[in-house]
Design a protein. Structure first.
Length: 163
């Protein structure tokens, strides 16, 4: 089925993200997890740290997953990668409105690029990177929300014993 680009900030990658990557890797020949470089955001982790955590968390998928970063328009990046699909996850109805707007704009910019939506697994539907960071900052147990490489980095970042 070709190459799909799964874009996001992944600050940090969660088990919800990982689930979508694993499922996408079953459908597409390759999934490029593309970390967005956004100068307007103040991420907890650097782009290189985020890429490293994603690479460690997806190692079991072999060459079906590649991790990269990009800045600028997503559609330009997708074309540069010779991909035809943008992979996106939907957790709730509130995600749908936002994702529909983005998909529509992308379609307007390039009719040959399709957006492929995967519904979140219900056990991960409540997880967001923002929630994980907030919980970890208070020392809460987030081991059931993130891959183990992320847990290690969160413990270091917050210099606290996460329960």
């Amino acid at each position: 089925m070709g190459i799909a680009v799964y874009p996001g900030s992944f600050d940090p990658i969660t088990l919800g993200h990982l689930d979508l990557i694993e499922r996408g890797a079953k459908v597409f020949d390759q999934v490029i997890v593309a970390v967005l470089v956004n100068a307007h955001k103040k991420p907890l982790f650097s782009v290189e740290q985020r890429k490293m955590m994603i690479e460690e968390a997806t190692m079991h998928l072999g060459d079906r997953v590649r991790v990269d970063s990009f800045h600028g328009l997503l559609i330009d990046y997708v074309k540069e990668q010779d991909a035809k699909v943008v992979l996106r996850g939907l957790r709730a109805i509130s995600d749908f409105e936002y994702e529909l707007q983005i998909a529509s704009v992308n379609r307007k910019l390039s009719e040959e690029i399709e957006t492929f939506f995967l519904m979140s697994n219900t056990e991960h539907s409540f997880i967001s990177s923002r929630m994980v960071k907030e919980l970890a900052s208070y020392g809460a147990d987030v081991k059931d929300l993130v891959p183990s490489p992320v847990l290690k980095e969160l413990k270091q970042k917050f210099s606290t014993e996460i329960r």
